[in-house]
Write a protein that binds this ligand. Structure first.
Ligand code: NDP
Length: 245
C-alpha cells in the first residue's frame, strides 16, 4: 500500500493506534483522527515518522457531520483523497435498557454507527472516481452476540455490520472492498476498567483463554487494506481467540 492515503478514526489510542502504526509501517500516508487526546495522537505520529513513515494528526468528532467535512477537506489538502478508510472510533457505555435514556442511546449510536456512515459517505466519491478503495469497519463481537447492559453498543455494532455488507454490495463494481472486523476482548482503555470478576468471566468464555492485543486487530486490518485483501469483501471477521465461533 505504498503511498496510499489512509484515514484511521480514533487513531490516538488502543486498536486505532496499532492500526495507524501498522499502516504507516506498510508505507501508507496515515491521517490519524482523534477526538480529545491531541498529545497521544502526536505520539502516534512521532512513532510513525520516526520509523520513516508519513503521518499527520487531525482533530474531529465523528458524530458531528460538519467536523467530518472539515476533516476530509484537510486530509485531502495534506495527502490527497482518502483511499483506505478505517472506521475505528468508538465508545462503549453500560446501562440496563429500563434506565437507558434517549440521550445515552444517541451518544453511542451517533458515534459508532452514524460516524461510520458519515465517514464512509465522505470517502466513497473519490474512491469511486479512482476505481480503488478499501473500507474497514471496526465493529465488535457484541454486534453478533448481543450484550446485556450494552444494548445501545451492541445495536450500533450490529448496525455497522449491516452497513458494511450493504456498502460492499453497492461498491464492489467500483473495485472498493468493504469489510467489518469484529474484535472480542482486546486490552485497551475501553476494557481496562473491568473488575476482576468480570475479567475472569470474559476470559473463561474465550477458547484461547487470553485477551487479545491491539496488534492482533491491526495485522488483519493491514491485510485487508493491502493488495492482499483485493478479493475479500462483505465479510465479518472476528479477532477474538475463538469467542464468537
Ligand atoms: P479506546 O477507548 O482505547 O479508544 C477509542 C478511540 O476512539 C480513541 O482514539 C478516541 O479518541 C476515539 N474516539 C472516541 N470517540 C470519538 C469521537 N466521537 N470522534 C472521534 N474519535 C473518537 O477504544 P478501543 O481501541 O478499545 O476501541 C476501538 C474500536 O474497537 C471501537 O470502535 C470499539 O468499539 C471496538 N472494539 C473494541 C474492543 C475491545 O475489547 N477493546 C472489542 C470490540 C470492538 P480520543 O483519544 O481523542 O478520545
Amino acid at each position: 500500500m505504498k503511498d496510499r492515503v489512509a484515514l484511521v478514526t480514533g487513531g490516538s489510542r488502543g486498536i486505532g493506534r496499532a492500526i495507524a502504526i501498522e499502516l504507516g509501517k506498510a508505507g501508507a500516508k496515515v491521517a490519524v483522527c482523534y477526538n480529545q487526546n491531541e498529545a497521544l495522537a502526536a505520539k502516534v505520529i512521532a512513532e510513525i515518522t520516526d520509523n520513516g513513515g508519513t503521518a499527520k494528526a487531525f482533530k474531529a468528532d465523528v458524530s458531528k457531520g460538519e467536523e467530518l467535512n472539515a476533516l476530509f477537506k484537510s486530509v485531502k489538502e495534506s495527502f490527497g483523497p482518502v483511499e483506505i478508510l478505517v472506521n475505528n472510533a468508538g465508545i462503549i457505555r453500560q446501562c440496563p435498557i429500563a434506565l437507558l435514556s434517549e440521550q445515552e442511546w444517541d451518544e453511542v449510536v451517533d458515534t459508532n454507527l452514524k460516524g461510520t456512515f458519515s465517514c464512509t459517505r465522505l470517502a466513497v466519491r473519490d474512491m469511486m472516481r479512482a476505481k480503488w478503495g478499501r473500507i474497514i469497519i471496526i465493529s465488535s463481537d457484541a454486534g453478533r452476540l448481543g450484550e446485556a447492559m450494552g444494548s445501545h453498543y451492541a445495536a450500533s455494532k450490529a448496525g455497522a455490520i449491516g452497513f458494511a455488507k450493504s456498502a460492499a454490495r453497492e461498491l464492489a463494481p467500483y473495485n472498493i472492498t468493504v469489510n467489518a472486523v469484529t474484535p472480542g476482548y482486546i486490552e485497551t482503555d475501553m476494557t481496562a476498567g473491568a473488575d476482576e470478576a468480570i475479567r475472569k468471566k470474559q476470559l473463561d468464555a474465550i477458547p484461547a483463554r487470553k485477551i487479545g492485543a491491539p496488534q492482533d486487530v491491526a495485522w488483519l486490518v493491514a491485510f485487508l487494506a493491502g493488495e492482499t485483501g483485493r478479493y475479500i469483501t462483505g465479510q465479518t471477521i472476528s479477532v477474538d481467540g475463538g469467542l464468537f465461533m
